[in-house]
Design a binder for this molecule. Structure first.
Ligand SMILES: [Mg+2]
Length: 175
């Protein structure tokens, strides 16, 4: 396995998981959900190519455990940063800084960290405010589709999980 310099923070809902397919128990925990076509393959490919991948996600730890274990993917990422445990949701900087801490990254590593997510207000604004590279997964019709504030504008846009690996390889080249 080649080791890459790029570190990828990944959102889950409507980035890899199709939120419309989620089923909940009576405590509001997601019991099952479908992935977007190509999402599992993309996650596995990023890992296989030697990128560091950390899930940075809003929700309950048990929900992610249920969904990703069912798809055989829970242990693929190098780490999980989950809002239930952090106590804040994106775009709060604590979510991103917890991922930095977990991966042993410091301020000088910001230039090689990319945040990929579907939500302009949470994923993209959060990344932009910290000086990370932002990648908008513009696939779902849910949530925002206009840049309501200046820092909601992503650095890059992709429209399916299959575009993830090629873009990350391109960004790796630019490091
Ligand atoms: Mg999302």
């Amino acid at each position: 396995m080649t080791s890459k310099g790029l570190v990828i923070f990944l959102d889950s809902g409507d980035t890899l998981v199709d939120e419309a397919s989620q089923e909940f128990d009576d405590r509001g925990i997601v019991t099952r959900a479908e992935l977007y076509p190509g999402a599992a393959e993309a996650l596995i490919a990023l890992h296989r190519e030697g990128f560091t991948v950390c899930m940075v996600v809003d929700g309950e730890a048990e929900s992610f455990k249920n969904v990703y274990t069912a798809h055989g993917l829970y242990d693929v990422p190098d780490g999980w940063v989950i809002s239930e445990i952090v106590g804040e949701q994106k775009p709060h900087k604590s979510m991103f800084l917890t991922a930095f801490e977990k991966l042993g990254l410091t301020e000088k590593d910001k230039r090689r960290v990319v945040m990929v997510g579907n939500n302009l207000k949470k994923d993209i604004a959060g990344a932009n405010r910290l000086g990370l590279t932002s990648v908008w997964m513009d696939w779902s019709p849910r949530y925002f589709h206009t840049y309501e504030e200046a820092d909601w504008e992503p650095d890059y846009i992709i429209r399916s999980p299959s575009e993830l690996l090629p873009l990350m390889l391109t960004l790796e080249e630019k490091l």
